[in-house]
Design a protein around this ligand. Structure first.
Ligand code: PLP
Length: 394
């Protein structure tokens, strides 16, 4: 017999993955240049020069050392460098002993949730949200409760959050810059959230942990300020990843940071070590821990994404689409031209435009366009977007 839950999960791939698979088939049929695949958040800018330089240098070092196991929580020098960089960049006193190296943000989240949650606990998700959160929370034996961030800005609705928090609330996941909206939660929202969580934690006599899901931290435009959450709220656990910042999604490297000011910080970290152990997430890839030590905090060259962002936003809004102006990440969240976003995506498909319906992000009526593609693809796709809107308006 198999786990029926895991069987069901394995048989049902995510909406994004399904479109991506369709795209591969369609490209084989009509040629890759004729399919406008905007489905997947796979970085399209090269990794910073220092990444390859460091890989080359490391390959000249002792290979037994290089490829061997590190401590379960990760190489101490790497963790120390990360802590120093955090202090320098964000003015926050991180503790290397409370940093756990992981295989990207997905592992950071699953490990943290497993460490924090008990049956009956609830985790608040802010819609629109990354669809895998639900899978991760349920796998940790807890439930999600969704609180919508209101259009058109998709900022926090503190009143709705206050109504949603009760004695079962154990954590809230905040993702900024956001997938799928590209929005960055402003400092004012973060201050409001921190005050609310402090008040509710006291009221229910248990800390509510703020999980800061930060794979897009380095991907911001126009000098937008992204508050560093541990500076605002003590019970914060940061789930960081180098997937997007260094264009290394396939290498699976990131970390978990427990704020030293968190309630029972040492025990929280011990539970994270336990969760990592129980799920086999020990000793993140050694080679890429070494890369993280040298490349942590390098600012990626965002000019390519920025160009795509402006081109796509300006072109689509001039045509008559309405969209959230993205301040970060590499997604454009566009209002569907009919209430059923899945039906809209099917129509878009007829024009070879592959978009993701907002429903799986908990935001029906919208579609996500991942613009981490070549500028050429965007330019070539614009007539198709024009024909699509004409279908609705003629
Ligand atoms: N969180 C969000 C919001 C994401 O968009 C992604 C990936 O797209 C992840 C987590 C997982 O990132 P990683 O590839 O580092 O596991």
């Amino acid at each position: 017999m198999l786990s029926q839950e895991m069987l069901a999960l394995g048989k049902k791939s995510s909406a994004i993955r399904e479109i991506f698979e369709y795209s591969k088939k369609r490209k084989a049929q009509i040629g890759a240049e004729n399919v406008y695949d905007f489905s997947l958040g796979n970085p399209s800018i090269p990794a910073p020069r220092q990444v390859n330089e460091e890989i080359r240098r490391l390959l000249t070092c002792d290979s037994v050392d290089l490829h061997g196991y590190t401590s379960a929580a990760g190489d101490m020098q790497t963790r120390q460098t990360i802590a120093e960089n955090i202090a320098r960049r964000f003015g926050f006193s991180a503790d290397a002993g409370l940093i756990y190296m992981t295989c990207g943000a997905a592992a950071s989240l699953t490990v943290s949730l497993k460490a924090l949650l008990q049956p009956g606990d609830e985790v608040l998700l802010l819609a629109p949200y990354f669809p895998e959160y639900k899978v991760f929370v349920e796998n940790a034996g807890a439930r999600v409760r969704v609180v919508a961030c209101p259009e058109p800005r998709f900022g926090l609705d503190l009143q709705a959050l206050e109504n949603a928090i009760d004695q079962n609330t154990r954590a809230i996941i905040l993702n900024s810059p956001n997938n799928p909206t590209g929005a960055v939660f402003p400092e004012e929202d973060i201050r409001g959230l921190a005050a609310l969580l402090t008040q509710k934690s006291a009221q229910y006599h248990r800390p509510i942990t703020l999980l800061a899901d930060e794979p897009y931290r380095e991907l911001v435009y126009d000098n937008t300020f992204v508050p560093y959450l541990p500076n605002y709220y003590d019970d914060t656990v940061v789930c960081y990843s180098y997937s997007k910042a260094l264009s290394l999604p396939g290498e699976r490297i990131g970390y978990i940071l427990v704020s030293p000011k968190a309630t029972a910080a040492a025990d929280t970290f011990a539970a994270i070590c336990g969760a990592g152990r129980s799920m086999g997430y020990v000793c993140a890839p050694s080679l890429f821990q070494q890369i993280a030590k040298v490349c942590d905090g390098i600012a990626p060259d965002l000019s390519g994404y920025d160009k795509n962002r402006r081109l796509l936003y300006d072109s689509l809004t001039q045509m008559g689409y309405s969209a959230v102006y993205p301040q970060g990440a590499f997604y454009l969240f566009v209002k569907s031209l009919e209430p059923d976003a899945a039906a809209f995506c099917e129509k878009a498909k007829q024009h070879e435009l592959l978009l993701v319906p907002g429903d799986s992000f908990g935001a029906p009526g919208y579609v996500r366009i991942a613009y981490c593609v070549s500028t050429h693809q965007i330019q070539r796709s614009l007539p198709a977007f024009q024909k699509l809107i004409e279908e609705y308006h003629l």
